[in-house]
Design a protein around this ligand. Sequence first.
Ligand code: NAD
Ligand code: MG
Length: 300
Amino acid sequence: MADIAQRAQSMVRKDDKGGFPAQTQEPPGSFQVMDPVPDHGEETYQGHGRLTGMKALITGGDSGIGRAVAIAFAREGADVAINYLEPEESDASDTIDWIERAGRKGVKVPGDIRDRATCEQIVAEAVEQLGGLDILVNNAGFHWDKSEPGIAHMAAEHVERVFRTNLHGTFYVTQAAVENMQSGGAIINTTSVQAYEPSPTLLDYAATKAALTNFTVNLAKELGPKGIRVNAVAPGPIWTPLQPATRPEEKIETFGANTPLGRAGQPAEVAPAYVFLASPSDASYVSGTVLGVTGGESVF
Ligand code: NAD
Ligand code: MG
């Protein structure tokens, strides 16, 4: 089996830029046209029955980190529902194929989480089709890094999209999910290294991720007595469609190169953190915390 880190290293540019070939896409983007196509663990992730018989909903589960988590969860024995946006149908179908190839049930629940009623509908459909809900992964997210630098240039259209997707969406999906979850369940939010080391060009996005850290710690207090654990994963720079879809091409050329490990991570390298936090045995006493997967960047 190919070593995941070696494979990730081999995917970055060999020149002094250290990122990826310059490329661009329109949001939400597709992993299928990325150069190189990211590694979501299709050929490498090996399950060990850590989530046998559990039922999971992953928002933004069609591509990137969410897709890698979907593949890993299925190979760990979970049935998986994925939420995504309608233009992402092709990525979503491919992810469902991988869930089914792992011998598990894959369920599609498309819908835009910026809308509260849609959040409720997504959760209701997932619960109905899976026959319950044990794990919620709040992973859908958006940023926009193509504006001129400076708060003055941040268009309301983008700021609203960032806040509504990352905050409102996470809040309302969680609110609907909690009603359906029992003791032994787990909620995993997706924050970012941006919550700790914010970039001025991601002023709005970084604020949402810092807020999600607070949301994670606080909800863990409320749900702990019910036996539901709440944690977060804080990724560093990870090679996903979000990057070419929302950043200028020159930033793609150096993407991830300035981390202590000297490269961007692949989605396959982030998924095990979600598996750990979801596992009722491995993480039985882990709640209210944030696990960084950052290539060495600080999450303190
Ligand atoms: P991605 O583009 O593969 O995934 C993001 C997904 O969010 C999309 O596939 C889309 O389905 C979903 N989404 C966006 N807006 C939505 C909406 N309104 N309704 C429903 N779904 C919506 O990119 P990714 O990098 O895997 O992103 C996953 C998460 O990881 C995001 O929360 C992102 O902020 C976070 N993150 C990514 C990085 C990175 O470097 N890639 C770093 C830190 C945190
Ligand atoms: Mg996608």
